[in-house]
Write a protein that binds this ligand. Structure first.
Ligand code: DQA
Length: 145
């Protein structure tokens, strides 16, 4: 298995940005924790974060040929706006789980719609960093399902 953890806009500010919503763990801490987990599960894991929609589309396209077989994606606000990221995911046909740190359903109405969810294997929201960990554990045994 080769997993790719993709984070979208403003998630580079994790731990600093709205900690009441997103917690105190920074993105480097989150990624390091996932790396350790992946090692114990015996899977490869790469990480990528960008604030730019096109850079996220490029990275998803690269995943088609770099051995990635599962994507764990928090597209941030692009979740609610981006047909381009949706099309990239549909185009590469790589299974993915959509993750949100916060419970988007108890927040503003505009966060209730996702352009990605109906393409995803599953969606995790509201569990904070533990949601990424659950997604990594799920992805590591995905082909057994
Ligand atoms: C988020 C939820 C989005 O609505 C928001 O725009 C984010 C983070 C989350 O992880 O809870 O940037 O994806």
């Amino acid at each position: 298995h080769h997993l790719l953890v993709l984070n979208g806009p403003n998630l580079n500010l994790l731990g600093l940005r709205e900690p009441h919503l997103y917690g105190h763990t920074t993105l480097p801490e989150l990624e390091a924790g996932l790396m350790t987990l992946a090692k114990t599960l015996g899977v490869n894991l790469s990480t990528f974060q960008s604030n730019h929609e096109g850079a996220l589309v490029d990275r998803i396209q690269e995943a088609r040929t770099d051995g990635t077989d599962f994507i764990i994606l928090n597209a941030g606000a692009y979740t609610h706006t981006s047909v381009a990221i949706r099309d990239a995911l549909a185009g590469v046909k790589i299974a993915f789980v959509e993750v949100h740190l916060s419970n988007v359903y108890k927040r503003e109405e505009f966060r209730h719609h996702s352009y990605l969810s109906d393409l995803a294997v599953g969606v995790v929201a509201g569990l904070g960093p533990a949601g990424y960990e659950a997604a990594v554990r799920f992805a590591a045994q995905y082909e057994l399902i």
